[in-house]
Design a protein. Structure first.
Length: 340
């Protein structure tokens, strides 16, 4: 098989297509011929050497795939060869074939395209866990979504709409019209606007009930500042530590030093909560992950959510896909595809 390997940390061009043996299917696992792969910003950080959980190069990244089951291991009874599935892969997804534990494999609804299936797991699991599980979003609450035009951002917009939330979204000005089309009532240009000033102006000084922040650094402090009483700041990334296509330790350190610390007494006095979500470290919570993924698939089959795909690239063009994502040109999900 072929796989896209990170041979060393660096710009997108360090992603190298190479041959590798097909992984063996063992007891309790499922072998999948991959047709589509979700690209996430965590992949970019891993390529740059800014993702602590990623193994050292050479390494194959990729958290989510969709494809066709080729073989199943001993003890697997709920998945059969020939069945279209999506799977959570942790690492190793940028490949023509993967083998994953059966608990991380889900049958596709009828007629779901593979690129759409590969767009669901990471983005919608993250958004669902943030808004529903941790955020306890109630009808009519105000939600601020940073990076609202990205994959997780648009997933969160769709889920927030299901709870009749009032949605505030940050993005570059060029993406505001699209955000309005997707139901974002208030758009904010994070390049030219002071976000706390805008939010307090729009809410009459009250603030918002939930903030989803993947940016890091000073943004965490700004997000905390716009919380209403009993507000929840949910942080799920540090994308600002990635500056340019190569790792810049000075930029990363600068944003790290600007990251606020939240004292428990301050949280108590201000009636606010700060919550962190790291999807990769929830892999062991099998029941939670499976139940949440099944809920997401149900929402899809009911027509209540619909992943937005910004652009697809063939596996061999993974460097171009990384560059496209890192330049923030996408509205929605970036997906790699593999022909049968």
């Amino acid at each position: 098989m072929r796989q896209m390997c990170i041979l060393q940390h660096g710009p997108p061009e360090v992603l190298t297509l190479q041959g590798a043996p097909d992984p063996p299917v063992t007891s309790g696992t499922v072998g999948i011929a991959v047709r589509a792969i979700g690209v996430n910003f965590a992949d970019v950080l891993a390529r740059q050497g800014l993702y602590p959980d990623c193994p050292k190069p050479p390494v194959v990244v990729g958290y989510e795939v969709a494809g066709v089951v080729e073989a199943v291991g001993e003890g697997v009874t709920d998945i059969a060869p020939g069945q279209p599935v999506l799977a959570l892969t942790r690492f190793g997804g940028y490949a023509e074939r993967v083998v994953v534990p059966t608990a991380q494999v889900f049958a596709l609804p009828p007629t779901m395209p593979f690129p759409v299936a590969a767009s669901l797991p990471v983005n919608y699991l993250t958004a669902h866990l943030m808004l529903y599980t941790c955020g306890h979003l109630h009808s009519g609450e105000r939600v601020l979504i940073h990076g609202a035009a990205g994959g997780v951002g648009l997933a969160a917009v769709q889920l927030a709409r299901l709870r009749q939330a009032e949605i505030y979204g940050t993005a570059s000005a060029a993406k505001h019209a699209i955000l309005h089309e997707h139901g974002v009532q208030h758009t904010i240009d994070y390049y030219h606007h002071d976000i706390p000033t805008v939010i307090h102006g729009l809410t009459g000084g009250r603030g918002v009930d939930i903030v989803l922040d993947p940016l890091g650094g000073r943004s965490f402090a700004q997000s905390y500042a716009v919380l209403a009483p009993l507000g929840r700041l949910i942080v799920f990334g540090v994308s600002r530590m990635s500056s340019g296509f190569r790792r810049n330790p000075f930029v990363a350190l600068w944003h790290l030093l600007r990251t606020p610390r939240f004292h428990p007494l301050r949280l108590m006095q201000e009636n606010k909560a700060v919550i962190g979500i790291h999807l990769g470290r929830l892999w062991g919570q099998t029941a939670l992950m499976r139940d949440t993924m099944q809920a997401i698939l149900h929402l899809y089959t009911q027509g209540q959510i619909a992943p937005v795909i910004a652009k697809t690239f063939p596996l061999a063009a993974a460097p171009a896909a990384h560059r496209y994502l890192q330049e923030r040109r996408n509205v929605g999900k970036v997906v790699l595809t593999i022909d049968p």
